[in-house]
Design a protein around this ligand. Structure first.
Ligand SMILES: [Zn+2]
Length: 227
């Protein structure tokens, strides 16, 4: 059984990560890839303008959460040198899904797990406050990463702490702490965490894609979000 199949089997129903299982939300897909010509019309050079774009997008679609981004090739990372230092190749392929929703939206553990690690990743364009959970399902160990949280989300956290499915992990941070983005959750599934703690690459370069797409498959088979 490959990792994607494991993720698919974890749950038969859709798993809420924003607002929990009991608060159904309306989701709309948002494509931020450089090939989306619609999106290129907008000026997203600052988190303020980017945020206004997201707010209008949600309103236009009558949705609570805009989601998407797995393996999208994105222009938005060009504003930070943090993503452009690996062998001169750009790290611009996104390895998780993003869930765009207002600041302070609560984040819940979609499945049971233990706290592997947490950290405030403070580079410009980075995750800001980040939590990684470790899960054991049917003999498989894997990890889920929650990036762009509020600072308060890390308070009182202890490595090894247990979280049942549906318990609150934290809340979404704003641009002042989350790497300078409009509020959103970066959610990523990881098979081998390697030696990382509180951090794991969320974007990669084209040359690294074969490895990363196996190690970090699409989280949608796990979350099964309803549009
Ligand atoms: Zn992301």
């Amino acid at each position: 059984m490959d990792f994607s199949e494991v993720l698919y089997k974890v749950s038969q129903h859709s798993l809420g990560v924003l607002g929990g299982q009991s608060l159904p939300k309306k989701y709309v897909h948002l494509d931020l890839s450089e090939t989306n010509t619609d999106f290129l019309k907008y000026d997203l050079s600052t988190s303020l303008k980017f945020g206004q774009f997201v707010d209008q997008y949600l309103m236009r679609h009558g949705a609570d959460v805009a989601y998407g981004g797995y393996l999208e090739v994105r222009n938005i990372y060009k504003r930070s040198s943090y993503f452009n230092t690996v062998d001169q190749s750009n790290r611009n392929i996104h390895l998780g899904i993003d869930l765009w929703s207002p600041v302070e939206t609560p984040i819940f553990a979609p499945i049971a797990g233990t706290l592997h690690s947490f950290k405030n990743n403070t580079n410009f364009g980075d995750y800001g406050p980040t939590i990684i959970l470790e899960h054991l399902y049917d003999g498989f160990t894997f990890y889920t990463l929650y990036g762009h949280l509020s600072l308060a989300s890390l308070e009182g956290k202890v490595v090894g702490q247990k979280f049942e499915a549906g318990t609150k992990l934290g809340t979404l941070g704003d641009a002042s702490v989350n790497g300078d983005y409009p509020p959103h959750l970066h959610f990523q599934t990881i098979k081998d965490i390697q030696n990382y703690t509180g951090d794991y690459p969320g974007v990669c370069a084209k040359e690294e894609l074969e490895y990363y797409k196996k190690n970090c498959p699409d989280p949608m088979p796990l979350l099964k979000l309803k549009k």
